[in-house]
Design a protein around this ligand. Structure first.
Ligand code: ATP
Ligand code: ZN
Length: 296
């Protein structure tokens, strides 16, 4: 396949836990993805970008080599890759808030665990040998790392290892295999990465457009637009309470001298507790509305 250098290339997991959310994120950024389920690439119909559907383990390599300018991958896969590289060929752009999981040490129910020292001299099975070795090293523990490419939770039953180090989200898989999580090696979620290879001017401009849209989408997810009315003496207290809002708009209310409307974009979640505090500080007619699009 020849590579079209006038378009951006974005590496996404082809099928698995990150695929749907990765595609959804790009769709929210306005990219129309035109491809059947089984294709390895797809063209964004209305944006100069091509999507490359690959195994998640290959994404850090593709982005570092510059074959793809952007990629979406779990921090666990990314850090494991980075630990094997002399120099990183990618840069982390943003945490994406999905694909959350933890890389945990897990032990069979019958075995004790009293901190990392319990692991000394033991065999531990994992698909993340570099992250596990770093954890052991940081804890000053000498143990044997047994590398497996999958089905790590079977290792204790097969007597390949006593302990395992594997990804956990709910813990249900561990439990089903008679294991329990006992320590955390790393917390993870998916991230957007970009290549450190220099881009020509044309593609650099497209990359900036994409980033600006994605940052807008990510900011929108948490942000709310808040509107309320307040008497002038309450304005200071109220604006101090608004979560993550800088420079709110304050407008005089027609026909109500000394009363103002306060409008602000809040960059953090707005909870019922916050509304109660605003009310107690003198606010009335409080409205919180979602923001559909935002370009910062
Ligand atoms: P591929 O065929 O792309 O190599 P895979 O089997 O390695 O797929 P998945 O199981 O789809 O990958 O997981 C992809 C990523 O999803 C993980 O690397 C991790 O970042 C994240 N993830 C979130 N929750 C979990 C979980 N409970 N178990 C495993 N991975 C999880
Ligand atoms: Zn994988």
């Amino acid at each position: 396949m020849s590579v079209d250098r006038s378009r951006l290339h974005i590496a996404l997991q082809r099928s698995g836990r990150l695929s749907d959310a990765s595609k959804d994120l790009l769709r929210e950024a306005g990219l129309r993805i035109e491809a059947g389920k089984n294709s390895l690439t797809a063209r964004a119909g209305n944006f100069p970008a091509d999507l490359m559907f690959v195994r998640d383990d290959d994404i850090p390599t593709f982005v570092s080599d510059g074959a793809c300018e952007f990629g979406i991958v779990g921090q666990n896969v990314l850090e494991e890759f980075a630990l094997g590289q002399a120099e990183p060929g990618f840069e982390r752009v943003a945490e994406l808030g999905f694909g959350r999981c933890s890389l945990k040490i897990a032990a069979p129910e019958r075995l004790p665990y009293e901190g990392p020292r319990t692991l000394a001299g033991q065999r531990i099975a994992t698909s993340y040998p570099r992250l596990l070795r770093r954890f052991l090293q940081d804890s000053g523990i000498d143990a044997e790392v047994v590398e497996m490419s999958g089905a790590v939770e079977l290792a204790p039953r097969l007597e390949i290892a006593s302990y395992i180090c594997d990804l956990v989200s709910t813990g249900a898989t561990l439990e089903a295999n008679g294991l329990r999580a006992v320590d955390t090696v790393m917390e993870s979620q998916s991230v957007l990465i970009r290549t450190l290879r220099p881009l020509d001017a044309g593609r650099a401009a497209i990359a900036e457009q994409l980033l600006s849209r994605l940052q807008g989408v990510l900011a929108t997810k948490e942000s709310k637009y808040i509107m309320l009315n307040a008497p002038s003496e309450a304005l200071k207290g109220i604006t101090d309470l608004l979560p993550g809002a800088d420079a709110p708009t304050i407008l005089p209310l027609h026909g109500r001298p000394g009363h103002f409307a306060v409008h602000a974009v809040c960059q953090e979640s707005v909870f019922w507790e916050t509304l109660q505090k605003l009310k107690d500080a003198g606010a009335s007619a409080i409205l919180v509305v979602p923001i559909e699009k935002m370009m910062l």
